[in-house]
Design a protein around this ligand. Structure first.
Ligand SMILES: [Zn+2]
Length: 448
């Protein structure tokens, strides 16, 4: 492997509280030195006037499905284009494919970016054919716990819940499954039971799980759970838990619209009442009706016949999202998800949009912003060699132009790549140069 030198960049590493112009030497996949005096290597990148950051870690996304024996590489490609070096999938209770088989594929062929996976609780329930509205029997819960433990023993990162999507699951079921993360101190993430005015009770349930199972918990995409004017009170509730010693953190995406399958429980029954809205605020972002806003007739037709269609709900407040990002324990996660290769623009633009909206505007400092995009996520997952630029760490690095960075993906054109990502280095090699992908197989399976 060639040695690589990144010269004259503004090197920012929240883990060392570092913000300095220096040179970074990389060899054999690792960071070898941060030193102004080193000025040559096999390959030299001039990063003058650019930010040299630990590669972005997307702590909350939904991995590509497998088609014809391999991942579709739609999400993974978009991740690389927006500066992400490590994707974390298996979120919201869902595994798109057996995680061990996924890892085996990556071990053999690589991917656009590194990928780590959680064990999805809803996917375990599906293996036992448990109806989403029904509780599981004690016997099945025991079997699911054993199965989840086997996955963790093979390196999976923790357990994810999508309680909102499987309302039949009881708190005691969730505690039992979460408990398997206790010994290894692995993370438990949850798309909690309910949003809007019921989010407080849902947050309390997550706190109960953390307490009873004695585990660290991540409240998934807090913006889409409490972004309907609940955020001030919800953050106070979480502050209180943290002050009591509960290790609860959150992720959030910088958009005011959520996205999920139109057939999911999010769109059950009285959803328009709960969001104080109407059908015209639901936008279809995949499938044959892609690009259309709903009316009652179209909504019902698509929900009944094409339940996998991604439907975007424009119901959230920007002010709630801004408030969330003020908290040091809330990091960036795209929640990107696609069907038929299309979905919410966050899968293509989340990180550049966060930089544009929060760092460029000085709502957050560069160090705090990069912490939320990388260092904090690595710490939560337990990746000690990622999310930082320490000597000896994995050389996953994103070089970007703070002045020109911009997300380009829109609700109509959700696949447009961002501007301002100059280089992405994954495991010590250049994956992306001047916005163009030059190597698509440098990503590895992440096991802990
Ligand atoms: Zn979710």
């Amino acid at each position: 492997m060639s040695s690589l030198l990144i010269k004259n960049g503004r090197v920012v590493d929240p883990s060392q509280n570092l913000d300095v112009i220096t040179n970074v030497l990389i060899d054999d996949g690792k960071i070898i030195a941060l030193d102004n005096n080193i000025d040559s290597a096999d390959i030299v990148i001039d990063a003058s006037n650019k930010i040299v950051s630990p590669g972005f870690i997307d702590i909350h996304m939904h991995e590509d499905p497998f088609v014809d024996g391999k991942p579709t590489f739609s999400m993974a490609k978009s991740a690389l284009l927006m500066g992400v070096t490590t994707d974390i999938g298996g979120n919201c209770g869902d595994n798109n494919y057996d995680p061990i088989e996924y890892y085996k594929y990556l071990d053999k062929y690589g991917s656009y970016v590194n990928l780590g996976l959680f064990v999805g609780h809803s996917s375990l329930r599906e293996k036992f054919d448990i109806n989403k509205y029904c509780p599981a029997s004690d016997d099945v819960i025991d079997k699911m716990a054993i199965m989840a433990k086997e996955y963790l023993d093979q390196g999976l990162l923790g357990v994810s819940f999508g309680v909102k999507y499987v309302p039949g699951s009881t708190t005691s079921e969730l505690v039992k499954i979460a408990s398997i993360c206790h010994d290894s101190n692995k993370l438990v993430t949850s798309h909690v039971r309910q949003d809007e005015d019921e989010v407080f009770a849902a947050c309390e349930e997550l706190c109960e799980i953390a307490k009873q199972a004695k585990v660290r918990v991540e409240f998934s995409h807090i913006g889409s759970m409490g972004g309907y004017s609940q955020m001030p009170q919800l953050l106070k509730q979480i502050d209180d838990y943290r002050n009591q010693g509960i290790d609860m953190s959150c992720d959030c995406y910088p958009y005011n619209a959520f996205c999920t399958s139109i057939g999911s429980t999010t769109y059950d029954g009285n959803f328009l009442d709960r969001y104080h809205s109407d059908y015209s605020h639901v936008y279809l972002s995949s499938g044959i009706y892609r690009g259309k806003y709903c009316d009652e007739e179209l909504f019902k037709l698509v929900r009944n016949n094409y339940p996998e269609t991604k439907a975007i709900g424009f119901f959230m407040n920007d002010e709630d999202i801004d408030l969330a990002y003020e908290k040091e324990y809330i990091c960036v996660g795209s929640d990107g998800t696609r069907d038929d290769g299309h979905g919410h623009p966050r899968a293509s633009g989340c990180f550049p949009k966060f930089i544009k909206d929060y760092i460029k505007t000085n709502k957050l400092s560069l160090l705090d912003g990069i912490n939320k995009m990388s260092t904090f996520a690595a710490k939560q997952i337990g990746l000690i060699n990622k999310g930082n630029l320490k000597v000896g760490s994995d050389a996953d690095i994103t070089i970007f132009d703070l002045n020109n960075i911009e997300d380009c993906a829109t609700y109509d054109e959700d696949l447009l790549a961002p501007k301002g990502i100059d280089y992405v280095i994954i495991n010590g090699e250049i994956a992306l140069k001047d916005g163009e992908i030059i190597k698509n197989n440098l990503g590895k399976a992440i096991r802990i």
